[in-house]
Design a protein around this ligand. Structure first.
Ligand SMILES: Cc1cc2nc3c(=O)[nH]c(=O)nc-3n(C[C@H](O)[C@H](O)[C@H](O)COP(=O)(O)O)c2cc1C
Length: 223
């Protein structure tokens, strides 16, 4: 089983998003899965020009010469594809959105109507499962609402939304202790996904754990 994470944080490997991603992949690795962690910020990915050549002239192939051809092959080779991103202005980062737009070759120009909900058909039968990892700077969960709505169309098998993201790399002893408990739950989620293809309700509940009270967090980030 192969897991690929496409991380859209501008901070790349040093991102809070990657703290969660690494824990998840460690769990999957412990279960024997193959894993790959890709930092989109390090890749050359141009903006989709909307020429639709990838549908009508060279189906499945983009005219642009950049890293996307390699990334599409990787995407297609995975069993579980994960989009990982911090919340930037209530949404995914521009780096991830740019990558998502360039996934157009995976679609075909055939409109599908499911109960008056319109989308494009996949160019080949989709075998990948899809999941999301995100973190945001504020407490509470309202900052994930836009992203949840956007990704609902992809039927995610798992969504890990972590608020209070500034705590993930804290060096303070008590905070580190709590974050480690959280990251153990993330690792367990990776292990369960790789062994049973779903995450138990017990683990999902742990993924929702509060890292710090809202007043303490607001004080911690100095706002
Ligand atoms: C341009 C920008 C926009 C942001 N917008 C939001 C936001 O809308 N809501 C939120 O909770 N945090 C927001 N944040 C905070 C980030 O989500 C937070 O710092 C996160 O931990 C960064 O994760 P990373 O290290 O993985 O990049 C924003 C940060 C930046 C730089």
């Amino acid at each position: 089983m192969k897991f690929i994470i496409f991380n859209g944080s501008p901070a790349g490997a040093n991102s809070n998003t990657n703290v969660i991603s690494e824990a998840f992949l460690n769990g999957a690795k412990k279960a024997g899965a193959e894993t790959e962690n890709i930092f989109l910020i390090n890749k050359k990915i141009g903006h989709c020009k909307g020429c639709f050549a990838c549908w009508f002239q060279t189906p499945g192939k983009c005219v642009m010469q950049d890293d996307m051809a390699e990334l599409l092959d990787k995407y297609n080779s995975a069993d579980v594809v994960c989009f990982a991103t911090p919340v930037y202005t209530w949404n995914m980062t521009a780096a991830l959105k740019n990558f998502v737009d360039r996934l157009a070759p995976l679609k075909s120009p055939l409109i599908v109507n499911t109960n008056d909900s319109f989308d494009l058909a996949d160019s080949k039968t989709k075998t990948q499962q899809f999941m999301v990892i995100s973190n945001c700077g504020f407490p509470g969960n309202n900052n994930f609402e836009t992203m949840k709505a956007v990704f609902a169309a992809c039927n995610p098998v798992l969504e890990i939304y972590r608020n209070c993201g500034k705590l993930l790399m804290s060096q303070k002893k008590e905070i580190k202790k709590t974050v480690n408990v959280y990251l153990q739950a993330v690792e367990q989620a990776g292990f369960e996904m790789a062994t049973q293809n779903y995450v138990s309700d017990e683990t999902k509940t742990k993924l929702e754990m509060q890292l710090m009270s809202i007043p303490d967090y607001v004080k911690y980030i100095g706002m």
